[in-house]
Design a protein. Structure first.
Lengths: 757, 149
């Protein structure tokens, strides 16, 4: 396009233009499929000119006749950098140069195995399987070379996109081997390289999509264009299971550009991933759809949740934790020990509902053609989205193609495909492709919220200040109740996030849960129940230190006890969920806990802090199989309020693929957690969420962010743990422990700063 | 018809002159690098330049942009070579990337006015740009790097 050239854009010519400009409009989509360094146009033409695939031994790896290795990233990219990490692992195991590989984003399809991008699983669940996939391909390529050279395969190596014979110094590029390899049977298993041969793993890998991100070319769900598409904005009932009462759409239909008004059915319990129902306004563009929605004269029946009031519910939760509840963990006899204790310390902690607020509000584009449907969505769980779309349309899953776009943040919200199903339903009803665009208001008012919790912790101490009894009572609506409405207690999986799995060198331990029925959709938010559970436990331990005039670090060490490996029996349990991993492979290792504690306190200068007049707070937490220690330093700002100056983070995440993205995740986790600690609160009145935008659901802004976040990664060749989530839980308690050191004020109810309406 | 110049290209746009520039850019002209985040000038994801000044396109009506030069992330540099874009990639600033066009456009307007900003200047200038991934520490470092300070 030459500068100064005149283009006339009318609504009609724009829509007409869409019909003839598919290739151009697919650019944004295409860019996801290509190396980020290439400008879009070139990337697309390169895509078209790609050599035919000659070797594709599995769904993840393809080699073209030109030797170019294409690797499918089957996990959603939402900022964790998985496209910069997992494909490099495959390339490394295969012997391909990661700088030359092409990365393709996988559609939602069972052939890839688990694609649910949650639980910090992309590396920890796929480290071995992806190496197997790549090792299989490598073995086949090596086998062809061995046959050609008449030498034993065992002495050959693969690296830099070629197979090499160290004895003869001969090499054959993959391009010369791929076609013959394709004729071989695919072995069921293959020998992995020794881990030290993975030369790129563990290093600072380049950001694959960096160029696309900074030039506006990375295509998110709302950026996809297909011919003839319209845009929908939906008026959702304000209360879950609320129903449309009256609708007068005459004013909305009069808005220029509005084409269709479509009623969507109300869901029936359990909520699950069903859309909330409501009224979709379908228009030529987003502005008309938004104006159309605003012009709807609509009233709602609130339904069974119309009485839900989160402030009243807080009292209900507190009452639940002030009484004995259902027993979930017991060692010794805590009640008796408390009765005989020289001193009792007790504290209650409250965390409100929180929401994810990814910068990209949910959006999805669907095109329905007879009994087939094609969808583009910012989905964390594309197979589930595909299945739910198929179910809603009443067509076989195989007839749904679900493309995964870049996600502008996910944090658990986009694990649930209610908005994707909406796009399919509205597109079908409108008879044209439709993008459903959630507004910020929708995102904040219709989330799957972080649960609202109360916890009471009580410790009994002997005359020397040693903790002899520990009682932890919790009450919060369970995520399970989103899918099975009768559940009123947290699941073992939820309690396995820092309560059942918490190492305690205390002879009497009692954990009980109170009943907490669900009145609003509860879902997964980054690090899930670790948020409130680590906040309470790590704050309480610091409170015990204060009560006994001990150093908080020493108290923490005493409470978790000496370095050892913990069994479920040690915890007073039959088994532990352990984030879906065998406890034999990923034990609860208190030694690793100590290591991050020692390292992070050294890095922060813990021992000299008091003398230097610095206020530090410490928290250490194991979650998603990784161990993270955080020290936060606070001081008073000009208005005398606490300000977070800097933070130190030490992480033991087992084997690391991409140290650079691990660091960025930990930095980001700190700032993400600051929002929950300082600002975040979703409140509900008469069943409806009161917050609407960043004015009343404020997020941490740049001026609040620490000047520095210092990160140490513990070198390890152990099995990988999670990264995206485990950075979050220790942050809030480290901040509040630091604020206590600064001001003597103990924060037990979040958020620290009430939202300024 | 409203005359609008975007990244040096003149357009005649047939739309309500109240229509926010954001939707003109995204839905009518097809430039999707500018993002919708909040619609109320609270997050900065939609930041573009109007005659070199950073504005929130989600609350800038078409009539206010008419007859002014609009620059979007697609037009900041021909090839992604603006010092801020280079610094952003070199320091690995983006996580999900969604807010970064707005961050960069705001920072570019800052550097045009104040070529050697302090951390406080950066914080002040970028106070209206949210990043939920929490890339702020690297954003500061990248602005400083681009500015050579």
């Amino acid at each position: 396009m030459t500068p100064g050239r005149k283009i006339e854009v009318t609504r009609r010519s724009f829509l007409r233009g869409l019909g003839t400009a598919t290739a151009g409009l697919a650019l944004g989509w295409r860019v996801l499929d290509t190396a980020s360094a290439a400008p879009v146009a070139r990337a697309v033409s390169a895509g078209h000119a790609a050599s035919p695939v000659v070797f594709a031994p599995n769904p993840f790896i393809q080699i073209g006749s030109d030797g170019v290795v294409t690797i499918v990233c089957h996990r959603s990219e939402m900022g964790q950098g998985i496209r910069s990490s997992l494909p490099v692992l495959l390339a490394d195991e295969l012997g391909a140069d990661p700088a030359k590989i092409k990365v393709v984003q996988g559609d939602g399809d069972e052939k890839y195995g688990d694609q649910n991008t949650d639980g910090s699983t992309s590396i920890r669940k796929f480290f071995e399987p992806m190496r197997q996939v790549a090792a299989t391909a490598r073995t086949m390529l090596i086998s062809v070379a061995a046959t050609r050279w008449h030498v034993p395969a065992a002495r050959l190596t693969a690296h830099d996109d070629a197979v090499h014979d160290p004895a003869t110094k001969q090499s054959l590029p993959f391009a010369a081997l791929a076609a013959a390899a394709a004729a071989l049977p695919v072995p069921k298993t293959a020998k992995l390289r020794p881990q030290k041969e993975l030369v790129h793993v563990g290093t600072e890998l380049p950001l694959r999509d960096g160029h696309a991100y900074v030039t506006g070319q990375a295509a998110y769900a709302a950026d996809i264009r297909v011919p003839g598409m319209l845009t929908a904005v939906i008026a959702h009932p304000p209360v879950v299971f609320g129903k449309l009462a009256t609708l007068d759409d005459r004013r909305a239909r009069a808005v220029p550009g509005v084409r269709h008004i479509i009623k969507l059915p109300a869901p029936t319990p359990p909520a699950g991933p069903q859309p909330l129902g409501g009224v979709a306004v379908v228009a030529d563009h987003t502005y008309a759809a938004m104006r159309g929605r605003a012009a709807l004269d609509v009233t709602w029946d609130a339904g069974p949740n119309g009485d839900y009031d989160s402030a009243r519910y807080t009292d209900q939760l507190l009452a639940a934790v002030r009484a004995p509840g259902e027993l979930v963990r017991k060692i010794g006899d805590a009640e008796q020990a408390l009765a005989g204790a020289a001193k009792i310390v007790t504290a209650e902690y409250v965390v409100p509902h929180l929401t994810h607020s990814p910068m990209e509000p949910p959006a999805a584009l669907a095109r329905v053609d007879g009994d087939r449907c094609e969808v583009w969505a910012c989905s964390q769980d594309p197979q589930d989205a595909r299945a739910e779309v198929a179910k809603a349309l009443g067509i076989p899953k195989e007839n749904v193609t679900l493309h995964v776009t870049f996600l502008g943040g996910g944090f658990g919200r986009k694990s649930i495909p209610d908005f994707v199903v909406e796009a399919a339903l509205v597109a079908k009803a409108a008879g044209v492709p439709v993008r459903v665009q959630w507004t910020r208001d929708d995102e904040i008012r219709h989330a799957y919220y972080h649960t609202h919790s109360a916890q009471a912790l009580t410790a009994g101490l002997d005359a020397k200040g040693k903790v002899t009894a520990w009682r932890h009572r919790l009450a919060y609506p369970s995520i399970s109740a989103t899918f099975a409405p009768d559940k009123q207690h947290p699941s073992d999986g939820e309690l396995g996030q820092g309560v059942l799995d918490l190492p305690l060198a205390i002879p009497n331990v009692l954990v009980q849960t109170g009943a907490a029925p669900q009145h609003i959709r509860i879902g997964w938010m980054r690090s899930v129940n670790n948020v409130q559970q680590a906040f309470a436990v790590q704050s309480f331990i610091a409170e015990l230190a204060h009560e006994t005039r001990r150093d908080p670090r020493d108290m923490l060490v005493e409470i978790v006890g000496p370095a050892r490996v913990i069994s479920p029996a040690d915890q007073g349990l039959d088994k532990l969920g352990n984030y879906g991993q065998p406890i034999t492979v990923h034990p609860i290792d208190v030694g690793r806990f100590h290591r991050v504690l020692d390292k992070v306190t050294q890095a922060a200068g813990w021992d000299r802090a008091k003398k230097e007049g610095r206020a530090l707070g410490l928290a250490v937490h194991r979650s998603f199989l990784s161990y993270i220690g955080v020290v936060t330093e606070v001081s008073k700002n000009a208005r005398g309020e606490p300000r977070i100056d800097q933070a130190w983070i030490t992480a033991d995440c087992g084997t690391i693929i991409n140290a650079e993205r691990v660091r960025s995740q930990l930095e980001g986790a700190f700032v993400f957690a600051m929002t929950s600690a300082l600002h975040g609160a979703i409140t509900v009145k008469r069943g409806a969420v009161e917050q609407r935008n960043f004015r009343d659901y404020p997020l941490t802004r740049i001026g609040e962010a620490p000047r520095k976040i210092h990160i140490d990664l513990i070198a390890s060749d152990g099995p990988p743990g999670g990264v995206g989530e485990p950075g979050v839980p220790p942050v809030a308690p480290s901040i509040f422990n630091a604020i206590f050191a600064l001001t003597g004020e103990r924060v037990r109810t979040l958020p620290f700063r009430k939202a300024q309406v | 018809m409203t005359k609008l110049t975007v990244n040096g290209v003149a357009h005649d746009v047939d739309a309500d002159d109240d229509m926010p520039l954001l939707w003109v850019l995204r839905d009518l002209i097809g430039l999707t690098g500018t993002k919708y985040g909040c619609g109320e000038a609270l997050c900065g994801a939609c930041t573009v330049h109007l005659d070199g000044r950073a504005v929130r396109s989600c609350v800038t009506p078409l009539r206010r942009a008419a007859n002014h030069a609009v620059t979007t992330i697609e037009g900041l540099s021909p090839d992604g070579g603006h010092p801020l874009q280079r610094a952003w990639v070199e320091l690995g600033v983006p996580q999900c990337g969604f807010c970064q066009a707005g961050q960069i456009m705001t920072a570019a307007a800052l550097l045009a006015e104040n070529p050697r900003p302090s951390d406080d200047d950066i914080d002040h200038s970028l106070a209206g740009n949210l990043c939920r991934c929490g890339t702020y520490v690297r954003i500061r470092a990248a602005v400083r790097k681009a500015a050579g300070v």
